[in-house]
Ligand binder design. Structure first.
Ligand code: MG
Length: 177
């Protein structure tokens, strides 16, 4: 039997196995574009929460208790500061949520009292995100509120006008090219 020939037949199999492995670790996990909009109920993983019919349409995450968490796969287009908006409802006493990326704490938001489980308001903060695929986790520091959606907007400084003079500032500019 020709050993060399058999090795050649194994090579395509190994390549295929490698492709499958990279698929399962990256692209099969839906990555939310950032900037972008994420329905709270589309978490990739969670602990302790449930979903329910939302008064604003679709679903929201509910039964959010202290110690619960939700995870989302995101893919920021670039590193930098992003405005994060949360659509929340909280009948009484308020709450707190902490954003984590791996073991890195990104920031903490206070959930205000809105007066009802489906009395919605949008709260905003700024988070610094690394570029590329990552999982963010919303750790519920203090529960008792509902979450309908999460929105990330680019809050980095606007680039210079392409019409102004070259300044050597590092920002894009036609006369810099
Ligand atoms: Mg929703």
């Amino acid at each position: 039997m020709n050993t060399k020939k058999h090795l050649f037949q194994l090579r395509p199999l190994a390549l295929f196995a490698g492709m499958l492995a990279s698929l399962t670790t990256s692209s099969l996990l839906a990555q939310n574009a950032v900037p972008g909009f994420i329905e709270a109920e589309t978490f990739n993983a969670m602990s302790g929460v449930q979903t329910e019919i939302c008064s604003e349409g679709g679903l929201n995450v509910s039964y959010i208790d202290t110690g619960d968490w939700m995870e989302y796969a995101i893919n920021p287009v670039a590193a930098g500061a992003y405005t994060v908006d949360l659509r929340v409802a909280c009948p009484s006493s308020g709450g707190t949520v902490r954003f984590m990326s791996g073991s890195t704490e990104l920031g903490t938001l206070t959930i205000p009292v809105t007066g009802g489980w489906h009395t919605w308001t949008t709260i905003s903060s700024t988070l610094n995100l690394a570029a590329g695929n990552q999982t963010i986790r919303l750790d519920v520091v203090s529960g008792g509120w509902n979450l309908n959606w999460i929105r990330f907007m680019d809050s980095r400084a606007s680039p210079e006008s392409p019409w102004d003079n070259a300044s050597g500032s590092g920002n894009w500019n036609t006369s810099d090219t």
